[in-house]
Design a protein around this ligand. Structure first.
Ligand code: RTP
Ligand code: MG
Length: 145
């Protein structure tokens, strides 16, 4: 916990194609840095179906899976490794709830997300949800790290 000292972590953040297309990459990076996290890696990546099937493996059987992959193939994604104390939980908190309509104002999705722009929720960002997911996802998007 917080009082036990620092728990420095890394998390994978993606500025999804809707965020890149709308010119929000800098705004997302600004919020990460303003919070006090540091950027360990940043790269603009055109995802492939193979990468997305691995990244979203937990969702392969969901009804929205195909639409999600198509959306994620619709343009480049800014892949980011952010580092800092409890950054995995901290970035999910900056991102806000999955659905931009109900995400709290002040969060990235609450302030900027537009759920109505397509058949799948276009919510600007992804953030790893656990240390295990973070290390798996960083390995997928940054094989050299
Ligand atoms: P993420 O993984 O992107 O941080 O989002 P999350 O945990 O908040 O949401 P998750 O349930 O893991 O879903 C992954 C992404 O799939 C899209 N989605 N669309 N019913 C829908 O239209 C729907 N459900 C999920 C979103 O882009 C979501 O972030
Ligand atoms: Mg998720």
């Amino acid at each position: 916990t917080q009082t036990d000292g620092l728990t420095v972590e890394r998390t994978l953040v993606l500025v999804k194609p809707d965020g890149v297309r709308r010119g929000l990459s800098g705004e997302v990076l600004r919020r990460i840095e303003a919070k006090g996290y540091t950027l360990a890696a940043v790269e603009l990546v055109q995802a492939t179906p193979e990468l997305l099937e691995r990244h979203y493996a937990e969702h392969v059987d969901k009804p929205f899976f195909r639409a999600l992959v198509d959306f994620m193939l619709s343009g480049p994604t800014l892949a980011v490794v952010a580092e800092g104390n409890r950054v995995i939980e901290g970035f999910r908190s900056l991102a806000g709830a999955t659905d931009p309509t109900t995400a709290a104002p002040g969060t990235i999705r609450g302030d900027l997300g537009r759920a109505w722009d397509g058949p799948v929720m276009q919510n600007i960002v992804h953030g790893s949800d656990s240390p295990e997911s973070a290390s798996r996802e960083i390995g997928l998007w940054f094989p050299a790290l």
